[in-house]
Design a protein around this ligand. Structure first.
Ligand SMILES: Nc1ncnc2c1ncn2[C@@H]1O[C@H](COP(=O)(O)OP(=O)(O)O)[C@@H](O)[C@H]1O
Ligand SMILES: O=c1ccn([C@@H]2O[C@H](COP(=O)(O)O)[C@@H](O)[C@H]2O)c(=O)[nH]1
Length: 202
């Protein structure tokens, strides 16, 4: 199994890049795990309490479950990947049966900041976009897809997202083998990554 880690700040375009990479690859050979699926369940908290969680700090992620699931996939076992609701700020009761594939892609803001997880990646990619570009994308996306308003996005950006980005995410770029500049759609970089994957899966 070839394991590819794709990190980058919020709004950098990780999810978009993943879709572009897997688009023309055989469906049966590529699987995706999202770090977002591994936000800790917080059933003990009210919705109001959940809105106060710092979702950009590594402690908000159940990394031990994520590492355990990746180990299972590497040994050929399927996993039940949790499903997270951004609208509810909580894990749902659903899960997605995820089978091991020749290529597994793990994507998320903090995946290169966690040493054990990072060491499991054969290729480490960091998607880079300018911070103002990322904020604009995040505003648009969170308002249209994640049930947020402008005040929520901007307050979170100032209070937790930006400081956590500077403390944990940006420094993790140093671990990347490949940095994809994604201020505009970067088809050349996507083609290169696809070529590398095709060579590996033969
Ligand atoms: N290169 C790009 N140029 C313009 N918009 C983009 C680009 N890449 C992604 N987007 C848009 O920005 C938003 C955030 O992208 P997404 O892939 O969800 O980022 P991430 O997963 O890193 O948070 C989405 O609405 C997406 O369509
Ligand atoms: O309940 C939640 C959980 C997380 N977030 C934000 O999501 C991003 C990470 O997701 P991307 O797809 O990489 O943007 C992170 O910055 C958290 O602040 C949230 O808003 N609500």
């Amino acid at each position: 199994m070839l394991v590819i880690g794709i990190a980058g700040g919020t709004g950098s375009g990780k999810t978009t890049v993943v879709h572009q990479i897997i688009n023309e690859l055989p469906e049966a050979e590529v699987g995706v795990i999202s770090q977002d699926s591994y936000y800790k369940a917080t059933d003990n908290l009210t919705f109001e309490e959940r809105t106060l969680i710092n979702f950009d700090h590594p402690r908000s992620i159940d990394f031990s479950l994520l590492v355990q699931h990746l180990k299972e996939l590497k040994t050929g076992n399927s996993i039940n990947q949790p499903v997270y609701s951004f609208v509810k700020h909580n894990r749902t009761s659903d899960s997605i049966l995820t089978h091991p594939r020749k290529v597994m892609i793990v994507e998320g803001i903090l995946i290169l900041s966690h040493q054990e997880l990072r060491d499991m990646f054969d290729i480490k990619i960091f998607v880079h976009a300018d911070s103002d570009e990322r904020l604009i994308r995040r505003l648009k996306r969170d308002i249209s897809d994640r049930g947020r308003d402008m005040t929520e996005v901007l307050d979170r950006y100032q209070n937790t997202l930006k400081p956590m980005h500077d403390q944990f995410i940006e420094p993790s770029k140093a671990y990347a083998d490949i940095i994809i500049p994604n201020d505009t759609y970067n088809t050349v970089a996507i083609d290169i990554v696809r070529t590398v994957i095709n060579e590996k899966i033969g």
